[in-house]
Design a protein around this ligand. Structure first.
Ligand code: CA
Length: 224
């Protein structure tokens, strides 16, 4: 899942970004409202974390402009304690939820999961397909009776395939939701990670789950 973080305080921003990356999110950072607005319009983020107090265009104005231009990405506002009017204004401007600073990391992660679940129409923490099961809270993957250890990036890729299964997803959709804006489009990282997932999920199994759809992309379904 890919998150846009709009936050001008560098220490706060790097703390949040690091924590999210450790939890398998791809994170792009914008330090001004103007930059955040442009990035949110240009890419399909899964969630936007939007600080209210920004120099120049503030978070509420950014939120309002995004909704006016039809961007429906879930928006979580980051607000200071006690500023009730700001929170009301943020929700009225089209934000989905807010977090009061300073917040616990566990709460941020829980609200992010909730926002992503709403966005994909999946409310369950556990996703299942055939004998493959992933627990999105504990980031645990089980096929049959075997727990499969995955890196953050492998997990993020598998989660995205599972969320869209059995539909075929294109390489560019994968890049957009699993990698951040520094992804080098010339690289073969998607193919590399798909192969790693195949090794871990399908190797030695009679029925394969991860399939290449030639000329289109990839799909997760049980081969018959
Ligand atoms: Ca700020």
């Amino acid at each position: 899942m890919r998150v846009l973080l709009v936050e001008d305080e560098r220490r706060v921003a790097s703390f949040i970004a690091r924590a999210l990356r450790e939890n398998a999110y791809a994170v792009d950072l914008a330090e001004t409202g103007e930059a955040g607005l442009a990035m949110a319009k240009a890419s399909a983020y899964d969630t936007i974390l939007l600080d209210i107090r920004l120099p120049g265009l503030n978070g509420i104005e950014v939120c309002r402009k995004l909704r006016e231009t039809g961007v429906e990405t879930p928006i979580l506002m980051l607000t200071a304690r006690g500023l009730v009017e700001q929170r009301v204004e943020g929700l009225d401007a089209g934000a989905d939820d807010y977090l009061i600073k300073p917040f616990a990391l566990a709460e941020l992660l829980a609200r992010l999961r909730a926002a992503v679940r709403r966005n994909f129409g999946h409310t369950a923490a556990t996703l299942r397909h055939a004998d493959l099961e992933i627990d999105r809270h504990r980031r645990r993957v089980i096929r049959g009776n075997t727990t499969i250890p995955l890196t953050s990036k492998e997990f993020a890729l598998l989660e995205f395939l599972m969320l869209r299964a059995p539909d075929t997803i294109t390489r560019s959709e994968i890049v957009e939701h699993v990698w951040d804006c520094h992804f080098d489009n010339e690289s073969n990282l998607v193919e590399v990670y798909i192969n790693r997932l195949r090794q871990k999920i399908d190797h030695g199994q009679p029925n394969k789950l991860i399939h290449t759809v030639r000329g289109v992309g990839y799909s997760l379904h049980l081969s018959s």
